[in-house]
Design a protein around this ligand. Structure first.
Ligand code: ATP
Ligand code: MG
Length: 248
């Protein structure tokens, strides 16, 4: 889907894949209180690739964890494909996260006791996909990321960049309609980083929505839209070509 198609979706009454409504997240109490996010409103539509930028501590990872249902807002609502995550029980929430949301963590979060392929197949098997079919999907995803030969290695036997690519493969397999990635290119060389961005772009062009935290304007240029956070507030939004000017 092109940028104009994504914009068309936004104006034609298409429902957003992700909708944050007045989302606030406060950590701690009293003197230790930290407003990680303040009254954030954001909609991400099918086909849209959104980059999230801002200084360290601005609330970028908090925004992603809330969007992915890994944390709950202090105030406001998070809706994924029209379902308010706050209204779901633990089991139902875990199901939505497995089925609809692919998440690439800032520190990868691979399960140390499982191989690369097993890390990728676990959520699929929990969803009822057969071991054989899940393995086939995992190998295809690893191939796409250029690390098919690492399928049977454990995380501790891989470099940081290789682990990061396994985490990306895990987020991309299945029918995930919302892909959330926290600095997914941090440990990658520039050519590998660009290929990961191209994969995310292709996933959005096929109709998914993605939100990616990045510190690099060059990477944000792959997105349709850049949202900029400062001190927990969404302070600016622009089309990606303007990302460079937001950094100065
Ligand atoms: N569990 C927590 N308890 C207390 N404060 C927290 C917690 N998690 C995050 N914070 C605070 O919330 C604010 C936002 O943190 P967050 O991790 O979202 O920032 P970030 O924009 O992702 O930063 P970075 O670029 O360094 O990854 C920071 O001030 C942080 O210290
Ligand atoms: Mg962060």
């Amino acid at each position: 889907m092109t940028t104009s198609q994504a914009a068309f979706n936004a104006s034609a009454g298409t429902s957003p894949v992700l909708h944050l409504e007045g989302v606030t997240r406060v950590h701690g109490r009293g003197a230790a209180e930290v407003h990680a996010l303040r009254d954030v409103d954001l909609k991400v539509y099918p086909g849209e690739f959104v980059a999230v930028m801002g200084p360290s501590g601005a609330g970028k990872s908090t925004l992603l964890t809330l969007a992915g249902g890994l944390d709950s807002p202090t105030a406001g609502r998070v809706l994924v494909e029209g379902t308010a995550l706050g209204g779901l029980g633990r089991k139902k929430l875990a199901e939505v996260r497995r089925r609809s949301i692919g998440y690439v963590f800032q520190d990868y979060n691979l399960i140390p006791a499982l191989t690369a392929a097993e890390n990728i197949t676990l959520p699929r098997e929990l969803d009822g996909v057969s071991t054989r079919a899940a393995r086939r999907e995992a190998l295809a995803a690893l191939e796409e990321l250029g690390i098919a030969q690492l399928a049977d290695r454990f995380p501790e036997e891989m470099s940081g960049g290789q682990q990061q690519r396994v985490a990306i493969a895990r987020a991309l397999i299945g029918e995930r309609r919302l892909v959330l990635a926290d600095e997914p290119t941090g440990a990658l060389d520039s050519a590998t980083g660009e290929s990961v961005l191209a994969l995310l772009r292709a996933r959005c062009d096929a109709g998914a929505a993605a939100m990616m935290v990045t510190h690099e304007a060059r990477h944000a240029a792959w997105a349709d839209r850049v949202v900029f956070l400062r001190d927990g507030r969404l302070v600016d939004e622009s089309v990606s070509q303007d990302a460079g000017s937001l950094l100065v």
